[in-house]
Ligand binder design. Structure first.
Ligand code: GUN
Length: 292
């Protein structure tokens, strides 16, 4: 079997076009452009790339972005003060504090400072709490997990009763994805660095979400024929033949797994574009909610 390649760029582009059209309509009706504040602390090169692409995507759909780049030496109090000021600014509908923060920051306190109504990343403890509870709904679904679910539902339509395996239990991807899969009535197993018999567990999966940050960890013989594989990993691997000296690869050994899977996301060009599309959608939602 050769897997269908799930083209996140094309799907992400469709979502972005919908967001752009809705914003155009808002503006025509005399409403302001939605606004997103991005807060980047320190100089993590990958974070700088991500934040720049988020700002570029905002500009393309008519979201005004307000960028704050702070040195790693910023104090916890100053960072919280900035967030509080952004909470009070009516031009700012969404606030995104790029993670990870440099060592020494209390991440939970920073995320808790963001107003729930502006928490377009969906990382506020109240949002995550609602995501984890039956009969409750978060105001915003975290962007990468929302993108993963969009791709899975696009591919499989219903996830009900399917065996889902999530590799990784991070706050940003693994855990919220697992919660969303439960909400979609899948049977969910979360694997992590201490799991035993990883390969055997992964082989049970009808759908696999890999989000561990280990280059090409999932091999072809780990995957059940016909599985739908979503690769969230973005790993830099040294490669002297590339101009930058590295290439990007996922958590899945793509060529091998593509031989057995039914569908697979490439890296780059799979989940990444969906993360950004969902951020734009969440920011538009925040702007609409602010007017209610
Ligand atoms: N770091 C990695 N992914 C994300 C994300 O979706 N949002 C934020 N704020 N930080 C991240």
């Amino acid at each position: 079997m050769t897997a269908k390649v799930i083209d996140g760029k094309v799907i992400g582009e469709q979502i972005r076009a919908e967001v752009a059209a809705e914003i155009e309509e808002r503006v025509r009706a005399g409403k302001p452009h939605p606004g997103l504040a991005t807060v980047l602390v320190g100089e993590n090169p990958a974070s700088q790339v991500y934040v720049r692409s988020k700002q570029k995507a905002c500009a393309e759909v008519g979201i005004e972005s307000f960028g704050y780049n702070l040195p790693a030496t910023t104090s916890q109090a100053d960072l919280e003060k900035l967030v509080a000021d952004l909470n009070a600014d009516p031009k700012v509908n969404g606030i995104l504090v790029q993670l990870p923060l440099p060592p020494g920051f209390d991440e939970e306190r920073v995320l808790s400072t963001i107003s729930v109504e502006k928490d377009v990343d969906g990382f506020h403890p109240i949002n995550i709490g609602r995501l984890a509870q039956k009969g409750r709904d978060p105001l915003f679904i975290p962007c990468t997990p929302a993108g993963v679910m969009y791709l899975l539902e696009h591919e499989l339509h219903s996830l009900e009763g399917l065996e889902a395996v999530v590799l990784g239990r991070s706050n940003i991807v693994g855990m919220p994805v697992a919660l969303l899969l439960v909400r979609a009535n899948a049977t969910v197993t979360i694997c992590h660095s201490r799991s035993k018999d990883l390969k055997e567990i992964v082989r049970r999966a009808d759908l696999l979400v890999a989000a561990v940050g280990k280059a090409e960890m999932v091999k072809g013989d780990w995957v059940k024929p016909g599985c739908v594989v979503i690769d969230v990993g973005i790993n830099r691997v040294e490669d002297a033949s590339k101009p930058r000296g590295y290439r990007l690869t996922g958590d899945v050994a793509y060529d091998e797994v593509a031989e057995v899977a039914r569908a697979i996301t490439p890296v780059p060009g799979g989940v990444g574009p969906l993360t950004i599309a969902m951020l734009l959608k969440n920011t538009l939602r925040a702007a609409n909610l602010a007017e209610k």
